[in-house]
Design a binder for this molecule. Sequence first.
Ligand SMILES: *Cc1c(COP(=O)(O)O)cnc(C)c1O
Length: 365
Amino acid sequence: MIPMVDLKTQYHRLKPEIDQALAEVLESCAFVLGPNVQAFEKEAAAYLGVKHAIGCASGTDALHLALRAAGIGEGDEVITSAFTFIATAEAIRYVGARPVFVDIDPDSFNLRPELVERAITARTRAIMPVHLFGQPCDMAGLQAVADRHGLKIIEDCAQSFGASIGGKQTGSFGVAAGFSFFPSKNLGCYGDGGLVATDSDELAQQIKVLRNHGSEVRYYHDVVGYNSRLDEMQAAVLRVKLRHIEEFNAGRRRAAHRYSELLAELPLQAAKEDGIGAHVYHQYTLLSDRRDDILQALASAGIACAVYYPVPLHRQKVFLADCAGVDLPVTEDIARRCLSLPMFPELSDEQIERVVDVIRGVFRG
Ligand SMILES: *Cc1c(COP(=O)(O)O)cnc(C)c1O
C-alpha cells in the first residue's frame, strides 16, 4: 500500500515538536488571533520575502480576500487557467467578477503570457496565475503583459509554497498572493488554513479588517467583512513545519527526479521542468495515452494515484454558461492524459521503484 500523501509518517517524525506546540496553545487558552498567528505571520513573511503575511481560514478565502482588497468586483474580468482546482475560479466569482479561461503550456501546464495578452478586453482587471503542481509560472512574461495593459496580478500559490524564480519566492511577484495550508499542501496544517502575502501596507490593512468582521477596533465595524481567521492551533503547527519546509521540498524534488529518471525509458511524458524557476512538486504529474490503464494497474497493486484534474473548469457545469465558445485544446488534451503519482517528502526509493515497476508492467503487457 503506497498512499498519495503520507501525513502520518511526517507527524511521527515531528511529533515531539508538534505535540509541545499544541499543548502550549491548549494551556494558554488563546485560540483565535493570538501570539502564534502573529509570530507565524512574521516568520512566513520573512520566508516569502514580502512585507506582510495575513493568516486566514483557507486558501480559497485568501484568494477571495486578496481579490476583494485589490478592488476587483462586479463586471470585471480576471484571466486565469482552466486547468486548476475549482477554488481559483470560485474566488473570482465571489467578488462578482468573471473568470476568463485561457489555454496553457503543454509541458508546464501553466499560463502562457502571449495567450493571456490575446484574451484581454476592456473589462479585464487582473491576471490570476496558478503555479500548478508547484512549478512557478513565467512571472516576467506575465508581469510585462500586466504592465502593458494596467492589470493587477494576484497569484494562486496554493500548490507552490517554497517555489521560487531566481531566488525570489512565488507569492512575492503579484500585488497579492493566496496560499493554502490544507493538510496535503507542501506546507500543510491539521485542518483548514490560508494566508495572503503582499508588499502593500494598504492591502494588508484591508485584508486584516476583512478577515475579522470588517473590524479594526473591536465592536466597531466599517465594512461588511468575514469570519476568516487562521486559528492558533493551526498557526502553532505551521510554525513547526515552516522550520522544515526546505527539507520537505528537497525531499519532494529528490523523489520527483528519481521518478523522472526511471520513467525516462517508458513511452510516456514524465513531469517536465521548464527551467523558469525551482519546482517544488506539490504533485508529480505525467502524461500518457494509456492513462486509464496505468490508473487501473496502480489501483490493483495497492498504489494510490489521482487525476488532477479530470474536468477543466470551462467544462464544469457551474461555469458552462460563462464559457460558451471557449475552446482550450491543450487543456482538454492534458485533462484526458494526466495522472499524478504518490508524492510526499518521505517517499522512499523503494516505493518509487515499486510504482514505476507497476507502470512498466502496463507497457509490457
Ligand atoms: C488547494 C487549492 C486552493 C484552495 O485552498 P483551500 O485551502 O483548500 O481553500 C486554491 N487553488 C489551488 C490551485 C489549490 O490547489
